[in-house]
Design a protein around this ligand. Sequence first.
Ligand code: ATP
Ligand code: MG
Length: 567
Amino acid sequence: MRLSQMFGKTLRSEPAEAESVSHRLMLKAGMVYQVSAGVYSYMPLAWRVLRNIEQIIREEMDAAGGQEVRMPVLQPLELWEASGRSAAFGDTLFKLKDRRQRPLCLAPTHEEVITQMAKQHIHSYKDLPRLPYQIQTKLRDEARPRAGLMRVREFDMKDLYSMDLDQAGLDVSYDKMVQAYKNIYKRCGLPALAVEADSGAIGGKDSHEFILIAESGEDRVVRCQGCGFAANLERASGVKPPLEKEDPLPLEEVSTPGIHTIKGLADYLDVPEAKTLKAVFYSADGQVVFVTLRGDLEVNEVKLKNLLRAADLRLATDEEVKAAGLVAGSASPIGITDLKRVADDSIELGSNFVVGANKPDTHFKNANYPRDFRIDVMADIAEVKEGQGCPQCGKPLSIARGIEVGHVFKLGTFFSEVFGAYYLDAQGKQQPIVMGCYGIGVGRLMAAAMEQNHDDKGIIWPVPIAPYQVHICALSMDKPDVQSAADQLYSTLQGEGLEVLYDDRDESPGVKFNDADLLGMPVRLTVSPRNLKSGSVEFTERVTMETRMVPLDGVVAEVKSILANSN
Ligand code: ATP
Ligand code: MG
């Protein structure tokens, strides 16, 4: 590709709207065009990278036994009502009507349709296992599209669905996919980490996310340096610090004027925050829920939502709290009988807690469970804190931010039972197909690759996904010998099957070098009058920025050897 002809220009200035490194680099390199919030066009450079990534994914899926199919984006809403996921996705699901007023939606994922296809095409145990997949557009009306391609409303995803006889078969398919995913990330230059993930309300058994540790990520990952345990904060548990057990003392009312926070309360009464119980009020599908946990901990809303099997969970509003007769700042479960009471199991790790007295400016000392109050559901609903013990080995846990670049999920028989996707086993008995689903976002993977592979000058493309392998910088294009040598090099390299971006523009060396650094092709070849005098070109590897002279007749071999060694 001649840069002078390319559709897409680099920016000389910094894009003001950039929200992350990859977003900035993509805008600066002229790779994407924003059409509206979370909706992008890809310019030729980005599209080449995306197609390279797709190809890597396709190769790995095929190698693991995948079969490529294609399903529609436009789907009858009915299907989503049958599975209950119209409600579960809520406003994230794009809904529309056709000319006959039939309700439709734009698919955010494809379990419903693939299960219907399985129902029609899988009849016997001889038809299993099957691993259909597609690489195709998903639509999600995300609440907060952000950071360029990281969170968008229209994106391409590879989604594979495993269909097996039983749980053991599912385990085999799952392991194959985990391995295929590891291969994909490696080829894309990403040290992605497999972490235990939340499996949501549908409650499949196992689920792992692949996370790239990065400051700009929206996910938080809990990791143990001791045993390698890693889990998304949404589902992780830690060992909560126990308190010394004391003999229960009598409940004692204390006046706490103007005190509404746990910190204020702990300071005022000179006790550690862990010695208090906090009350938090939620609205779960419209019902107020009274949540109690130790004062040094916070509620993990994902755990709470799963525990309550709620489609919608949010903090209760002041009005809802008042209407429920609760005294915010001085509330406790003591004497509460008409609301659902949920507690974190930390309330049993200690005794003689300070709690609210359910009247303004008043607390109790020495509250003890179950002596003083009742709970309807007790479980681990607390968020892990840095330094808590690992649930597997007890060593301290750390928390880091990361980008979710893939998700694998054991669905079990939820969808096959909803849609009646059964097969006959060897005994002639009807069994539901056991399913799993496996997703990778192609655009987010490209953005993550840029987050991981760049320096202050620009992108450093990993060789397998680079838009072009070689970037020719021809300096002084007005000199006929430069032009003819550069043209010649361009066609020789292309003739050797290499992908080449040729900067044939009439621009200064500074501009050309800056663009070459920004665009980040693995090898840069500089043709200049001075280099040509010695029959050489300047050879620069983007990753190290090391430069050396290579004779013109040795360039092809040198380029090939560098590219081969970087794969
Ligand atoms: P998130 O938690 O980031 O919203 P998700 O868990 O809803 O994602 P999945 O349904 O697991 O997403 O989708 C599989 C993969 O698709 C994700 O691992 C991610 O790579 C990609 N993906 C999901 N949502 C988006 C989005 N809005 N924009 C870009 N890529 C996305
Ligand atoms: Mg996910």
